[in-house]
Design a protein around this ligand. Structure first.
Ligand SMILES: [Ca+2]
Ligand SMILES: [Ca+2]
Ligand SMILES: [Ca+2]
Length: 496
């Protein structure tokens, strides 16, 4: 039974109704944050640390498509935005542990025309975030980290100064950028680590093909041939995000700080499973003044949130995206019709991909606590319909080298939708999930994919698990038809 059984005309009309919503992980997916980029969450990751199975790492990425050459101010975090990471540990969809991040900007050389200079006019190259070697770092940001647990705030960063890592301006100004990147790693004690700054965007997608009404380069409707689908080490289409940066906040904490009883649990115990999401918020009131800077005060209003990488972009209708962004996960039952009868499945059906019929209760695995992510959850533990990225902290991490881009779908149970790692190909996983692979992996298991299988800038296998920012002077973007278009050695450039 397909209430929205489609004609081509209807599909085209739906596409026009939802022009920015079909595929991007979360880069400019909702109308309000398409206009408010510093509060725009691009991606949210949560995974058991590959090299430390007693810890969980969270990555909150904001501010999409940062062109590395875009001086003179580059990409400071927004001091007026409250960035938060939230964790539910008792299946009610309400946060129990919150980590808050606030940024401050200083202009140390107000007479300088740019935020960053070095190796010129008596200013030494920038080799340090503070002290000797930092003189050229005119625009510098510090930040604070606060944990709120059961309503009680604890300052985690007090007693030390945390510097955000600036964008990678270029080799004359920053001759050893990797060193600046590493200097941004801070220990906050108690086995907690934090990093914030501009980094390579780990997300990967053939965005141009996706937005050209699913005009993928790899076969009809983006169906991957078996040999390509099995290849996690080469790209077969250009990554539209290649060479772009993003602003990242990365936090690693012991699992025992997150669980309801402060203990480690086996995968089959419901206490092992946490629900996670990231948010951005602004003060409700802004007074614009001159010459003084604008004044922000009053309670905070949530601007955006992200749990699963696909819900707001693949599932929620454009007319509801802003409301979704500003509401709380526990209220998500108001959006359940989008989940139970996703428009994207109708689009797939129109191009010949078999899709499971609605109502799609199989997709509730992303919205409630249930097996296989929570094998210890009985139906009474499901909690409200809530878009949380659920992570079973009792499932050990898959070793680097054995991780699969298709994650949970191919037996790598430490991958999306059990949490999310940078390596997880959420475009392919989410597309196949929407088609119905969880209903029947044969009937609805078409190998839908965009041909981009990996981040061409690579992966970092230890904290902060992201790669340094691309160079403003020397990085390139890659496109279809260009030599080396897929960005990785041995990648196959599509001819059209
Ligand atoms: Ca809770
Ligand atoms: Ca990248
Ligand atoms: Ca892909």
């Amino acid at each position: 039974m397909k209430p929205m059984k489609s004609t081509v005309a209807l599909v085209l009309a739906l596409l026009m109704l939802a022009p920015s919503s079909v595929f991007a992980s979360s880069h400019r997916e909702a109308p309000i944050t398409a206009l408010d980029r510093t509060a725009d969450i691009t991606d949210w990751y949560a995974f058991v640390s590959y090299d430390n199975p007693n810890n969980v790492t969270f990555i909150l990425n904001v501010d999409p498509f940062l062109e590395p050459a875009n001086g003179p101010n580059y990409f400071p975090f927004d001091p007026n935005v409250l960035y938060e990471m939230k964790i539910d540990n008792n299946q009610d969809g309400v946060e129990d542990v919150t980590f808050q991040f606030r940024f401050n900007t200083e202009i140390r050389q107000p007479g300088l025309f740019t935020g960053f200079a070095g190796g010129i006019a008596g200013i030494p190259p920038i080799t340090s975030l503070s002290g000797t070697g930092s003189a050229g770092l005119s625009l510098r940001q510090t930040y604070t980290v606060t944990m709120v647990k059961n309503g009680v705030p604890t300052c985690l960063s007090c007693g030390q100064t945390l510097y955000a890592v600036p964008s990678n301006v270029g080799p004359l100004t920053m001759p050893n950028y990797q060193s600046l990147f590493n200097q941004g790693i801070y220990s906050l004690g108690n086995n907690i680590s934090v990093w914030a700054g501009t980094a390579d965007d780990p997300f990967f997608i053939d965005l141009g093909a996706a937005f050209d009404s699913l005009n993928f380069r790899m076969g009809v409707g983006g169906v991957l041939p078996p040999a390509e689908d099995a290849d996690d080490t080469h790209n077969y289409a250009p990554d539209a995000v290649a060479g772009f940066n993003v602003n990242s906040i990365v936090l690693e904490v012991p699992i025992t700080m997150l669980t309801v009883d402060g203990k480690l649990h086996n995968a089959n115990e419901k206490q092992a499973v946490i629900g996670t999401w990231g948010t951005t918020s602004r003060n409700k009131i802004t007074v614009r003044r001159s010459p003084s800077p604008s004044l922000n005060f009053g309670p905070f209003q949530q601007v955006q949130r992200e749990g699963n990488p696909l819900i707001n972009e693949l599932i929620i209708g454009t007319g509801s995206k802003d409301r979704f962004s500003m509401d709380q996960p526990k209220n998500d039952s108001q959006f359940s019709n989008f989940v139970l009868n996703p428009v994207l499945a109708t689009l797939f059906s129109s191009i010949g991909i078999p899709v499971a019929p609605p109502p799609r209760t199989d997709l509730l695995i992303l919205m409630q606590y249930e097996p296989p992510i929570c094998p210890g959850c009985s139906p009474s533990d499901a909690g409200p319909i809530a878009d949380l990225l659920r992570l079973n902290t009792g499932i050990p991490p898959t070793a680097v080298g054995s991780q699969k881009r298709l994650g949970f779908l191919v037996g790598d149970s430490a991958g999306f939708p059990n949490g999310r790692r940078p390596i997880d190909d959420v475009v392919d996983i989410a597309s196949r999930t929407v088609a119905g692979i969880l209903v029947n992996s044969i009937t609805y298991g078409t190998a839908v994919g965009d041909g981009v299988q990996l981040n061409p800038e690579g992966y970092n296998n230890s904290f902060p698990y992201i790669m340094p920012a691309n160079s403003g002077r020397n990085s390139v973007h890659i496109g279809p038809g260009q030599a080396g278009c897929t960005g990785d050695e041995g990648g196959i450039c599509p001819v059209n």
